[in-house]
Design a protein around this ligand. Structure first.
Ligand SMILES: CC(C)(COP(=O)(O)OP(=O)(O)OC[C@H]1O[C@@H](n2cnc3c(N)ncnc32)[C@H](O)[C@@H]1OP(=O)(O)O)[C@@H](O)C(=O)NCCC(=O)NCCS
Length: 157
């Protein structure tokens, strides 16, 4: 498994995986193109299974760095590849990039009901610093869901 920076050649595969990971609010391929156009402030990373012919994209993550703060834009892993440390590896790669670019902390937003992602982030040292009540709309008649803003310090005081 290789984690490397994404290029425009990866965007179609990333958009396909996005459909499977976020079926209700998937980013389009055009959105990924627009994100990649914001490099170097934004950077996107893919986990590629080298054992598959041509290399299959099985995960990706995106980061925005602005001054001493970085934001995780997204992180997703192929449902068949979850639970083997890939999400952790992608986030650690982004932490390294953020530190290298001079960021002191990383922020992200997560749905309060996304317990898997919340455990992943908590295990990596993220703490909830703010709640945005009812930020995410739900499908059907379900009530909206809070957004949690989580923050991880990269360097000590
Ligand atoms: C969240 C996501 C990226 C995690 O990817 P992953 O490769 O499975 O993560 P890891 O294998 O590195 O998991 C590391 C730790 O996170 C926690 N974790 C991850 N998924 C979990 C789940 N579904 N339930 C409980 N804990 C979970 C566990 O503590 C896990 O450690 P363990 O395997 O030793 O128990 C993946 O589930 C995913 O793509 N989800 C859909 C998209 C999404 O919700 N993205 C986040 C948007 S904010």
């Amino acid at each position: 498994m290789t984690v490397r920076e994404a290029t425009w050649r990866d965007l179609a595969a990333m958009a396909r995986l996005e459909q499977r990971c976020f079926p209700h609010d998937a980013w389009s391929e055009e959105t990924f193109w627009a994100e990649l156009a914001q490099r170097p402030r934004r950077s996107y990373w893919v986990a590629v299974d080298d054992a598959r012919d041509g290399g299959e994209v099985v995960g990706y993550a995106g980061l925005d760095v602005a001054g001493d703060l970085a934001d995780v834009m997204t992180v997703a892993v192929d449902p068949r590849r979850r639970g083997s440390g890939l999400g952790t590896r992608l986030l650690e790669t982004m932490h390294g990039r953020a530190e290298g670019a001079g960021a002191r902390a990383v922020l992200l937003e997560v749905r309060a009901d996304n317990h898997g992602a919340r455990s992943l982030y908590a295990g990596l040292g993220y703490q909830v610093v703010r709640v945005r009540p009812g930020y995410y709309r739900s499908t059907g008649s379900a009530p909206p869901v809070d957004a949690l803003v989580m923050r991880k310090e990269l360097v000590g005081p």
